[in-house]
Design a protein around this ligand. Structure first.
Ligand code: CO
Length: 249
């Protein structure tokens, strides 16, 4: 069943998601060559707690950190480490979740470090545009398949590919709720969106083939061909005639 949030619940979702967006904005400014991914994680945890929220990913199914930092061929779930130092030319994706008064917010951005290769800049642009296209499909009466197809269409028209093993998701009192939101699908298929549903939509895009491998740590997902990847995510609420992006600073 897809939960419909009340006005009061939506307000808490708005606050949780705003905290995530604020902390991501702050982290974005700290992403530069020479910084370790563990430093970003510490900053994320401190800033979330400062705002009266709790890290959502820490301990989730045993995930060991607050932040996922996924660099280049790492698609998602990169575990922060003081040994991993960010370099100029990297694409760094930051995925962050927070719980505020029982409600979850979840968002991700990808940041280019210094001057990146043109194809990497294009990968970022395409991934962000595929999220924008998905959001433009969200409204009361639309289907999950419309949203999924919008992502897939932007990505494949650009000669890139979407990861199939991970999906977007409903979100609310839990990080992951129904429905699952694949980044590929048929228009007109799947569940019908209704006002008050809250969704985390998150295209994960590969420059090359879409196959992924999970590393021995059980988390780090890398592209099998080693090609660069990007990830953007927003938490949104379905409205009568569109959507409200909740993960805005
Ligand atoms: Co998510």
């Amino acid at each position: 069943m897809i939960e419909i949030k009340t006005t009061a619940e939506l307000d808490l979702m708005r606050q949780a998601s705003r905290i995530v967006a604020q902390v991501l904005a702050l982290l974005k400014k700290e992403v530069r060559a020479g910084v370790s991914t563990a430093e970003l994680n510490s900053l994320a945890e401190r800033e979330i707690r400062k705002r009266g929220a709790v890290p959502a990913f820490l301990g989730y199914r045993g995930y060991p950190a607050t932040l996922c930092v996924s660099i280049n061929e790492v698609v998602v779930h990169g575990i922060p480490s003081d040994k991993r130092i960010i370099q100029s030319g990297d694409l760094v994706s930051l995925d962050l979740g927070a719980v505020y008064r029982g409600f979850y917010g979840d968002a991700a951005i990808t940041v280019a470090v210094g001057t990146v290769k043109p194809e990497r800049a294009r990968l970022m642009e395409v991934t962000e545009r595929s999220l924008a296209s998905a959001l433009s499909e969200v409204k009361s009466g639309a289907k999950i398949g419309d949203v999924s197809h919008a992502v897939e269409s932007v990505v494949t028209k650009s000669g890139m590919s979407v990861v199939r093993e991970f999906t977007g998701h409903g979100i609310g009192r839990h990080l992951h709720e129904e429905p699952s939101i694949p980044n590929y699908g048929k228009p007109g298929s799947g569940a019908t969106l209704k006002p008050g549903m809250t969704l985390a939509i998150e295209p994960m895009v590969c420059m090359g083939n879409p196959e992924i491998i999970i590393k021995n740590d059980g988390w780090t997902a890398v592209s099998a061909d080693g090609s660069c990847t990007a990830h953007f995510e927003h938490t949104v609420a379905v409205t009568e005639d569109g959507c409200e992006i909740l993960s805005v600073a």
